[in-house]
Design a protein around this ligand. Structure first.
Ligand code: AQP
Length: 344
């Protein structure tokens, strides 16, 4: 049962976040998003969504026959990574039609220039050449996802900061046009590890789609131990021996941040001092990171195997989650429609 009040009886603040069911979820998605969700869920009334409508924004990248299976994989990974379905609401975006309905109202009030300025749109449209309108409008759908639940905080990686700020602007603009309808949300971003970089190219963020194409780019949450280790041991660094974070090159910094974000008693400074004292090279740093990655992934892999062995368990979580999400979303959508002069 989702607890909506804290020990003092006051309503808990609302958290909403999601992952697109595209590509293979990687250690960056875990560190930047899933780990924060799991860690913070007891403090908030949390909703975690598998945003399958977002996956359609690059239709060429989606296999329609495989999308439903991918949705279930991502939902199972939420639970395997520590999101407690008795505490948090887990659901699939397309099972709550209010997301699409609100997105239209917000599309009509969002200036085109705001969307054309989005860094992700510029990067993806530049890479793809020809793009659908959905790619441009996807941050508005994301704003609808967030605003439907009167969300206070959105735990995301650094790459999504701009979209959460846009959702805030979209809320304020709608409110200024039609009255106080929406709660303006804020991003919740961890201080270290919010932008895990590609292992093959530490100047680009680790990304699901690149991970599909380039085996050494990322570590997938379901990668076998030998594959994960190989990717980390092959990470691009340089020929130096600098372990101090402030002095290190991007590839080494990325490994140090990953090491720190994956927990353990030793800080980045203590690690640098020890490796320096022991006269070790970068191979040793990589081995230590690989160990931490394996310590993180082993329980996730085991929990995932248990979850997918019982399809009815996941069905129940998603059915309960969609029901609660629909109940929460309906009055907010109605409020927005009435304010804009449509609906009954
Ligand atoms: N490299 C990253 N480091 C930290 N956090 C990250 N996130 C993504 N990449 C990193 C966070 O993971 C959550 C889910 O991401 P998403 O599915 O919404 O889309 P994305 O950010 O576009 O993911 P990818 O991996 O880069 O996919 P593609 O290649 O399809 O674009 C978000 O909270 C995100 O911040």
């Amino acid at each position: 049962m989702t607890a909506t009040t804290g020990p003092d009886g006051a309503p808990k603040r609302r958290v909403f976040s999601g992952v697109q069911p595209t590509g293979k979820l990687h250690i960056g998605n875990y560190v930047g998003a899933l780990a924060v969700w799991a860690r913070e869920q007891h403090r908030f009334d949390s909703l975690f969504c598998v945003v399958d409508l977002h996956a359609l924004t690059v239709p060429e990248a989606v296999d329609p026959g495989g999308l439903r299976a991918k949705v279930r994989e991502v939902a199972a990974l939420y639970v395997a990574a520590g999101v407690d379905p008795d505490r948090s609401t887990i659901f699939v975006q397309s099972e709550v039609p209010a997301h699409s309905e609100l997105a239209w109202l917000l599309t009509c009030t969002t200036p085109l220039g705001w969307l054309q300025r989005m860094t992700q749109f510029k990067a993806k449209s530049g890479r793809l050449g020809s793009v659908g309108t959905g790619l441009l409008c996807y941050p508005v759908l994301q704003a609808a996802d967030i605003l439907l639940y009167e969300t206070d905080l959105v735990p995301v990686g650094e790459d999504q900061r701009q979209h959460v700020e846009l959702a805030r602007d979209v809320a304020l603009r709608f409110n200024s046009l039609f009255g106080e309808v929406f709660v303006p949300p804020e991003a919740m971003i961890r201080s270290g590890g919010a932008r895990v970089m590609g292992l093959d190219d530490p100047t680009a963020k680790m990304s699901k789609s690149t991970g599909e194409r380039a085996p050494g780019h990322s570590v997938g949450l379901l990668d076998p131990p030998a594959v994960a280790r190989k990717a980390i041991m092959g990470a691009r660094t340089d020929s130096g021996r600098e372990f101090r974070y402030d002095e290190a090159t991007p590839g080494v910094r990325n490994l140090i941040e990953l090491y720190e974000a994956l927990g353990g008693a030793e800080s980045r400074d203590a690690l640098a001092e020890r490796l320096d004292r022991e006269g070790k090279g970068y191979g040793h740093l990589k081995a230590e990171v690989a160990e931490r990655v394996e310590a993180t992934l082993a329980p996730i892999r085991e929990a995932y195997a248990r979850i997918v062995a019982d399809p009815a368990y996941l069905d129940g979580i998603l059915a309960r989650g969609a029901e609660r999400a629909r109940d929460l979303a309906a009055p907010v959508l109605r409020r927005a429609q009435r304010a804009a002069g449509v609906g009954t």
